[in-house]
Design a protein around this ligand. Structure first.
Ligand code: ADP
Ligand code: MG
Length: 242
């Protein structure tokens, strides 16, 4: 991929990633480098390996072969696939945020408790965690909704809670899998604006799986997958984020 060689200081580099499920080659030799502070969209037909790639880059699933190297600012390189389970879990909790199409929020808990949970599992005491969660929710336009349970929020509001949770820990990379996939187009556009503002707008990296060309068009770069291979790697023009 020509584009890969242009990322001079990659935050995440994957080399030779493969992952099979039975006879299905979900990842079939992926080489890619992702730059710090950029928004990268992953597109491709259903079953092409988008979610598997996201999970491999985020250390959620281990590849069968290949390497994932993480270069967090101010730290030495981390070989993600070589970490023990506990260290990978710690890395995910501290360095990464996640926003999925739906779910992952706990319906019985309030918005503020869902966000605070991300801090509490990293050892922040409950009171301080709730205070930071309330602040994060208010910054995302959810003032007054802090104590609603997730079931009492709209789809767009729930996704804002998920975005608040993904960024409250100060994670430098946010992974999103179809974050607007369950929303109507107007709400989806609002949630995408919020997601971009909280990630690339704040110098973080966004890695986002999407089916939607208009969503991908807001990113800096679009990777296209087919049958577990990257078949296109397109840099998009500057200024499209506004
Ligand atoms: P996408 O996100 O592009 O729709 P996935 O990465 O989810 O694709 O899946 C890629 C391929 O791997 C598909 O054929 C899918 O059925 C298969 N696959 C993914 N996860 C599993 C799993 N846990 N068990 C079996 N097959 C899987
Ligand atoms: Mg998927």
């Amino acid at each position: 991929m020509l584009q890969n060689s242009k990322v001079s200081n990659p935050l995440i580099s994957a080399r030779g990633l493969t992952r099979s499920y039975g006879t299905t080659h979900a990842l079939d030799g992926i080489d890619v480098a992702l730059g710090l502070g950029t928004a990268v969209a992953i597109m491709g037909p259903s079953g092409s390996g988008k979610s598997t790639l996201l999970h491999a880059l985020a250390g959620i699933e281990l590849p069968d072969s290949g390497t994932v190297t993480l270069n967090l600012p101010g730290q030495g390189p981390i070989q993600v696939e070589q970490l023990k389970d506990a260290a990978r879990t710690k890395l995910r909790r501290e360095a990464f945020g996640f926003v999925f199409q739906s779910g992952l929020l706990i319906p019985e808990l309030t918005a503020e408790e869902n966000v605070a949970m991300a801090l509490m599992i990293n050892g922040v005491p409950r009171g301080a965690a709730i205070a930071r969660a309330v602040d994060a929710l208010q910054q995302l336009g959810l003032a007054g909704m802090e104590q609603r349970r997730i079931g009492q929020l709209s789809g767009g509001q729930s996704q804002r809670v998920a975005i608040a949770r993904a960024q409250v820990t100060g994670a430098s990379v946010v992974f999103a899998d179809e974050p607007t996939g369950a929303l109507d187009s107007v709400t989806g556009a609002e949630v995408l604006d919020t997601l971009l503002r909280c990630t690339v707008g704040a110098g973080k990296t966004l890695v986002m799986v999407t089916h939607d060309r208009q969503v991908a068009a807001r990113c800096d770069r679009v990777l296209t997958l087919h049958d577990g291979k990257i078949t296109a790697d397109d840099a998009l023009v500057e200024g499209h984020r506004s």
